[in-house]
Design a protein around this ligand. Structure first.
Ligand code: NAP
Length: 276
């Protein structure tokens, strides 16, 4: 596997993008589009062989993976592994970070015997955000000149986090379902979003794009699953796109087209709702 050279981090579409959670469908779709377009990528994975076979199944060649992708074997809650993923050399950081960390849902009995969904790791998004901020702090402490090339951060969160008076991004019929079934994942996402507020991250990243998809469908396969990134509805926090579902393929493609390619120009500092 070749490691992108420092010059490749800043020139043309050979910028290097870091991915966390790339064996998840949405982030996998984004990574696939990025590699197809010639970007270089570093991805942290707990099971590198799983990521490799997913990308080959997406139609990428082994040659593309060998020349454009570096996979770091590790855990996204480990600041040392995160640091290894985003620090390319003592003089270069990745230009963007895309994180779609999530955890395996487990059905559990909630209050009043109503079921709710908890997670295999109920703090994965919060822990991942903490590890990332910790890794960035340690990098700037060791290499202060890198503060001038702070990366852009995009995280996948969820709809259903807004509270009055902010308009809800959930359709009426989904409100109760989210309340009873989604309390644990939602709380984790809220803690992650709080950690990534401008006041906490301004000196660490160039900006943060928070993507809030509605209920996710499909595996993230980039051919034939989605309706296309231009055909989904997109909203911001004060005027959210309200809907039930969106495919992982469309979420990944939207992040690639609007954030990776355009440097997130229209979306930095926004909580972007995506739905079909
Ligand atoms: N399900 C929904 O309807 C829905 C709706 C809105 C938002 N979301 C959120 O959207 C995001 C993306 O969802 P998705 O379905 O595309 O992906 P996903 O299936 O939730 O994938 C989660 C990713 O996180 C990785 N991961 C988990 N713990 C890790 C750790 N400790 N270290 C390294 N990697 C770790 C997983 O790796 P492994 O392969 O090693 O497990 C996987 O790559 C998630 O945060 C999800 O909660 C979901």
């Amino acid at each position: 596997m070749s490691i992108p050279t420092p010059d490749e981090t800043t020139t043309g579409n050979t910028k290097t993008i870091a991915f966390f959670g790339a064996t998840g469908g949405s982030t996998n779709a984004c990574l696939t589009h990025a590699l197809q377009a010639g970007y270089h990528a570093v991805a942290l994975a707990r099971t590198p062989s799983k990521l490799t076979s997913q990308l080959l199944n997406q139609g990428l060649s082994q040659n593309t993976l060998d020349s454009q992708l570096r996979i770091i074997h590790g855990d996204a809650t480990d600041p040392a592994a995160v640091r290894e993923t985003i620090l390319l050399s003592p003089t270069h950081l990745v230009s963007q970070i895309i994180s779609g960390l999530g955890s395996f849902p487990v059905l559990s009995r909630g209050s009043f015997f109503l079921p709710h969904i908890t997670l295999d790791n109920p703090t994965i998004c919060e822990s991942g955000a903490k590890a990332l901020l910790s890794a960035l702090r340690s990098i700037y402490s060791d290499y202060p000149s890198l503060e001038s090339s702070r990366p852009l951060l995009t995280v996948i969160s969820s709809t259903g986090l807004t509270t009055s008076p902010t308009p809800t991004d959930l359709p009426f019929l989904a409100l109760r379902m989210y309340h009873f079934l989604g309390a644990v994942p939602r709380a984790d996402k809220m803690r992650m979003e709080a950690l990534l507020s401008v006041s906490q991250t301004a000196d660490l990243v160039r900006g943060v794009v928070i993507v809030r998809p509605s209920l996710l469908k499909g595996s993230g396969n980039v051919t034939g699953e989605g309706k296309g990134w231009k055909n989904i509805r997109v909203g911001k926090e004060q005027s959210p796109a309200v809907g039930y579902t969106v495919t992982r393929a469309d979420v990944g493609e939207w992040i690639f087209e609007e954030v990776v390619k355009k440097e997130g120009d229209d979306w930095i500092g926004e909580k972007v709702s995506l739905t079909s």
